[in-house]
Design a protein around this ligand. Sequence first.
Ligand SMILES: Cc1cc2nc3c(=O)[nH]c(=O)nc-3n(C[C@H](O)[C@H](O)[C@H](O)COP(=O)(O)OP(=O)(O)OC[C@H]3O[C@@H](n4cnc5c(N)ncnc54)[C@H](O)[C@@H]3O)c2cc1C
Length: 264
Amino acid sequence: MNIVVCIKQVPASTHVKMDPVKHTLIRDKAGATINPCDLHALESALQIRENYGGKVTAITMGPFQAADVLKKAVGMTVDDGILVCGREFAGADTLATSYTLSSAIKKVCPADLIICGKIAVDGDTAQVGPGISKWLGMSLVCNVIKIEKIEDKKIFVKRAVEGGNELVSVSLPAVITVDKSINIPRIESIKGRFRELEFEPKVVNAEDIDCDLTKIGLNGSPTSVAKVFVPERQKAEHELIEGKNAGEKAQKIADFLFESKLII
Ligand SMILES: Cc1cc2nc3c(=O)[nH]c(=O)nc-3n(C[C@H](O)[C@H](O)[C@H](O)COP(=O)(O)OP(=O)(O)OC[C@H]3O[C@@H](n4cnc5c(N)ncnc54)[C@H](O)[C@@H]3O)c2cc1C
């Protein structure tokens, strides 16, 4: 079974700043790391390999520095790492990103199962996994919290939904997106660290993955960020409610709400 895990490099700090002119993240100063959910996606793939055999490939679309997240994946013992990289991919929104990743997977590492994180901490849309399934015409299960089994070319999973959990099975090939609660990602072993040092990712560009140039990068992105700003805080008037005990304070609040006709 070929399992492909989509992993994204994201800013390492939650205190990233925005460029007020370009309306983009100032990524250089934040440092970079692997998207937290994607560690769980990698762990899920490695556990499936342990239980059912197969090959695990990690793929990322990003600048050359994004190879660092592939190294991390190799340290965790994935078999291969692919970097989709080129100026032509710059400015991609989620539609263009999912198209690019799906084209690369189709051409370079055809998959029986594609695992994505549920959401990326920077873009924060949770759209890329569903987008990949749409482009490749594969079944999709989002928000997976447990992989039950793989049997008869089907994957059985538990997913979290509002108010409970659901057991779902879909035919392979399929795309799943995983929640952080699904597992505890393994720590790289010493052997893994050595593999990491020797690892060179396979780098592919738009030509290598046979993609439609009108569907990638800025050209292929129907959405763009018009403005990014920090919301202004309204200075609110406030009054301190004094009282001997909670009952007296509650009575004062109730009186105030009735008098101001906030409660009728
Ligand atoms: C309106 C809009 C405009 C944008 N414009 C730009 C821009 O001009 N320049 C720019 O750099 N970015 C831009 N972005 C950000 C870019 O679209 C997103 O970083 C990218 O599409 C992934 O979306 P996300 O971060 O919401 O990922 P999510 O959908 O939240 O990610 C879910 C999962 O998908 C997988 N995944 C996501 N991205 C990748 C990736 N690159 N490689 C491998 N796996 C991945 C991971 O498994 C991840 O856990 C824009 C985003 C939006 C919404």
